[in-house]
Design a protein around this ligand. Structure first.
Ligand SMILES: [Zn+2]
Length: 101
């Protein structure tokens, strides 16, 4: 159901913005102001909805990826790339790497 790609969502948002802008260009200042407020609200609601879809999709793909496994060579404390030393050269934490081969 949520079978829309991020790219398509962004295109839809862009298109809606352009259409609204084209409409605004043909209006009187009063109409424009009222319509602008309405449009802004609609766009915000749409964006929130779409952002949720994007977040859900991202959460799903993150959940399917192995995330417990930390890449070796990164400090578990500060996340700085660590070279072969036993301690992080940035924060000094011991680098707990499982394999010591
Ligand atoms: Zn560190």
């Amino acid at each position: 159901m949520a079978d829309i790609s991020r790219e398509e969502l962004e295109k839809m948002i862009e298109k809606a913005k352009r259409e609204q802008q084209a409409m605004l260009d043909r209006m009187t200042p009063e109409e424009r102001e009222a319509a602008e407020l309405r449009a802004k609200k609609l766009i915000e609601e749409d964006n929130a909805r779409m952002q949720k879809l994007i977040d859900d999709a991202a959460a799903m793909s993150a959940a399917s990826a192995p995330k417990e496994k930390k890449a070796p060579g990164f400090c578990p404390n500060c996340g700085a790339p660590a070279d072969s030393g036993k301690f992080c050269s940035f924060c000094g934490s011991p680098l707990t790497t499982a394999d010591n081969s």
